[in-house]
Design a protein around this ligand. Structure first.
Ligand code: 6PG
Length: 238
């Protein structure tokens, strides 16, 4: 069994809608309690539908964007207008459509040298995220904590540069010490290409650096895995 709760939705659309509702509820509760909501966003492809839904007319007024601060869990070592930029993906899907002040957008400067970018970003971070959104790759990586690199073993620094041999490129990533301080963590996983890795993650009883996603275990927060039926399709056979 995975750590935390698991929720499975029949379709990707239902998964995305449920994740948007949970986002709104968590951020709303943070704003009520502390006046601000701090969220670390996932990159990659899967969360784009979520960001677009949050930006839609139906959803965007349900978040007090003026007191929301957005961060990124990881970034590729590219400028912000590059097709691989996680910032650009979120900008197009969400930022351009919601009234969030520029000062509340805390992107990782992928155009700088990775050491400078990591160092600068560490200074922008606050103690705890209200919500961390994560995805899982087919090799079990999450954010840019890839198996076979030192990144999943980092115990002290909140942000590090990491060379990812699988992609032959550098990335900048937040690390487990900060992810595991979050008040809420959501893994968003969709599609049949995620079925096999979800089976492996679910079978893995103990956290392991070989499947870095299994190392995400908030010390004092809630963890939920949100899947569509395709991503969950091999779980019954495990
Ligand atoms: C990135 C990510 C990464 C992602 C997984 C899953 O920058 O690529 O933050 O960790 O979440 O690779 O990506 P998909 O959901 O697109 O498969």
């Amino acid at each position: 069994m995975v750590a935390g709760a698991m929720q499975v939705y029949p379709t990707t659309a239902e998964l995305v809608a449920a994740t948007a509702d949970r986002f709104i509820q968590i951020v709303g509760a943070a704003v009520t309690a502390r006046g601000v909501g701090r969220v670390a966003l996932a990159g990659g492809r899967t969360p784009r539908d979520l960001y677009q839904l949050l930006a839609s007319e139906e959803y965007r007024d349900q978040v007090r964007w003026e007191v929301v601060h957005l961060y990124w869990g990881d970034e590729r070592s590219v400028p912000p207008d590059h097709a691989d930029s996680n910032y650009l993906m979120v900008k197009r899907a969400l930022l351009d459509a919601v009234p969030i002040p520029d000062d509340n957008i805390h992107r990782i400067y992928g155009e700088r040298s990775v050491d400078v970018a990591a160092n600068d970003y560490a200074h922008q971070l606050h103690e705890r995220f209200d919500l961390v959104l994560l995805g899982v790759g087919n090799d079990g990586h999450t954010a840019s904590l890839f198996p076979g690199t030192d990144a999943p073993r980092e115990k002290n620094r909140k942000v590090i540069p990491v060379f990812v041999p699988q992609h032959d490129s550098w990335r900048i990533t937040l690390t487990l010490p900060i992810f595991n301080l979050a008040r809420d963590v959501i893994f968003l996983v969709a599609g049949e290409e995620k079925a096999e890795i979800m089976r492996e993650v679910a079978q893995q009883g103990n956290p392991t650096v070989d499947l870095p996603a299994t190392l995400v275990r908030p010390l004092d927060g809630d963890l939920v895995w949100m899947l569509d039926a395709q991503a969950a399709s091999l779980l019954m056979c495990s």
